[in-house]
Write a protein that binds this ligand. Sequence first.
Ligand code: FES
Ligand code: FES
Length: 152
Amino acid sequence: MVAFTLNGEARTLDVEAEMPLLWAIRDIVGLTGTKFGCGMAQCGACTVHIDGTPTRSCQTLVGDVEGANITTIEGISGKVAETVQAVWAELDVPQCGYCQSGQIMSATALLTETPKPTDENINSAMSGNLCRCATYHRIRAAIHEAAHRLEA
Ligand code: FES
Ligand code: FES
């Protein structure tokens, strides 16, 4: 049994502690917005927030998140997350879309921590999120635009 908070709701899952958190989120709870890409902590498709920190859920064991506060793409809320998602849609950031929930989770964490990120801050915060469609220039533009709107 592992207990944690997921998107604001207390959850107790009857799973092995060694199960990757990504499997628990997708296969046990049924939230499929968090994606499986590489399974090796190298692409960022599976990014969730654990106690506010963007984390690769494919390489996080469910037993290690006992008591933690986990947020997935389905559960992010608040001004920063809403602004990021609105700008993402307006600037047509996604192409195939597969990597984008992970991109949004990382971008939201970045803007929460660093309201006016430089290109260097963006490179550093987003470097673990790969996009096979190479939407990187739109992601960067969207983060700057979101920062601009949040400042207003
Ligand atoms: S699926 Fe987790 S980083 Fe690629
Ligand atoms: S939008 Fe296709 S992988 Fe990023």
